[in-house]
Design a protein around this ligand. Structure first.
Ligand SMILES: [Zn+2]
Length: 375
């Protein structure tokens, strides 16, 4: 693959530390120090390990550009220290596209609401093929959720799917966990009650990015899983009420979580953004949220925004329901997709057992990249 790069004349009056190039419709200015640092020649990067051999902090700041050309898919720039800095054009295009603040916080995501149709479903056997695995992981990345059928309805079955992505992330709930409804519940999750859509472990600095939920035994009426696309709801707010959106992305709430054996005191905004302005972690935990860190002057506006956010999150128009049968697994992005359930009735002999575990979302991206090498 080659990327067309045009080297443009330096604008009049421009200092000689930058080179201007055009890729497609976009013009970019590249600084000599940045180019020196980005060089991938064998003297600058270990060809076997790609480990850096140049100390970024020691590059002279008065470095200038002497000449530049593009050949064999590489930009080559001669610098005033005598070194020719080399960058792959494919890498350059991808990297430069992400410089600066993103104009679309949900870039690369396919947002959905309750009318968006059924979730995509994959057969467990399809995931043993690299192309099938990539398709499944891409669906989770783009839509935030996907169903897998034909999984052994057991802890082993759950682990076999987790292994397709990476190592399970253990938490204060253990490595894998079970949710089984009882008629004498200790907490809401063990009861027959419905659960408002929420995200798990909001009190952690970085909540697990991926959750796998496998139906083991489903011998009850009701108890469907409910899903809401948190990024889609955030976009509804941003479009309709930018001031409310800014408050929800900037105001931190406390998340105290104190039990016999753990004590977390998290703090984070309800809509967490990455430094480039794209969506990161949505937090929604009606029973775990503490108090916001907010000045009295902003309280009324914040709680108005909170009500708007909550009304949209809990609106049926934004909700998808999926009734998992034994052997069906739901994989979803716990930073983006909120999950809950409809109420159900155990009756005299009913049983409802789910197996679950968490993984980190960057392991999904890693496995996807590795799997794509063999497709
Ligand atoms: Zn070099």
């Amino acid at each position: 693959m080659t990327v067309g790069i045009t080297i443009l004349d330096r604008p009049a009056g421009h200092d000689d530390q930058t080179l201007t190039i055009r890729i497609g419709d976009a013009e970019h200015q590249l600084h000599a120090v940045w180019l020196r640092d980005a060089c991938v020649c064998a003297a600058c990067r270990n060809p076997a390990t790609n480990e850096r051999l140049v100390d970024s902090a020691q590059i002279p700041l008065d470095l200038g550009v002497v000449a530049a050309n593009v050949e064999q898919g590489h930009l080559r720039v001669e610098l005033t220290d005598g070194h020719t800095a080399i960058c792959e054009t494919v890498w350059l295009r991808r990297h430069l596209a992400d410089v600066g603040e993103a104009s679309d916080p949900a870039a690369g995501r396919l947002l959905w609401d309750g009318g968006g149709g059924a979730l995509s479903t994959f057969a467990r056997t399809d995931l043993d093929d690299p192309a099938g695995l990539v398709a499944w992981l891409d669906t989770i990345t783009e839509r935030g959720a996907a169903v897998v059928t034909g999984v052994d309805p057991s802890d082993d079955g759950l682990r076999s799917v987790a292994r397709l992505i990476g190592d399970i992330r253990a938490t204060n709930y253990g490595v894998t966990w079970r949710i089984e409804a009882t008629i004498e519940p200790v907490s809401a999750v063990d009861s027959e009650r419905g659960l408002l859509v929420h995200t798990d472990l909001p009190y952690r600095d970085v909540a697990p990015g991926l959750q796998l939920l496998l139906a083991g035994v489903v011998d009850v009426a009701g108890g469907a899983s409910t899903l809401v696309d948190g990024y889609a709801v955030a976009e509804q707010i941003r479009t309709a009420d930018p001031a409310a959106w800014r408050l929800l992305t900037a105001t931190e709430f406390s998340y105290p979580f104190v039990r016999d054996d753990v004590e977390f005191h998290g703090r984070a905004p309800l809509i967490g953004l990455r430094p480039d302005g794209t969506y990161f972690q949505i937090r929604r935990a009606p029973d775990l949220a503490g108090s916001p860190f907010v000045d009295a002057a902003d309280v009324a506006d914040l709680y108005r925004a909170l009500r708007r956010w909550t009304d949209l999150i809990d609106h049926p128009d934004n909700e998808v329901q999926v009734a998992l049968r034994p052997g069906e697994l739901l994989a979803f992005d716990n930073h983006r997709v909120l999950h809950g359930r409809t109420p159900f009735a155990l009756g005299s002999s009913g049983r409802r057992l789910l197996h679950g575990c968490y993984l980190d979302i960057e392991d999904l991206r890693s496995r996807r990249a590795v799997a794509a090498r063999s497709t």
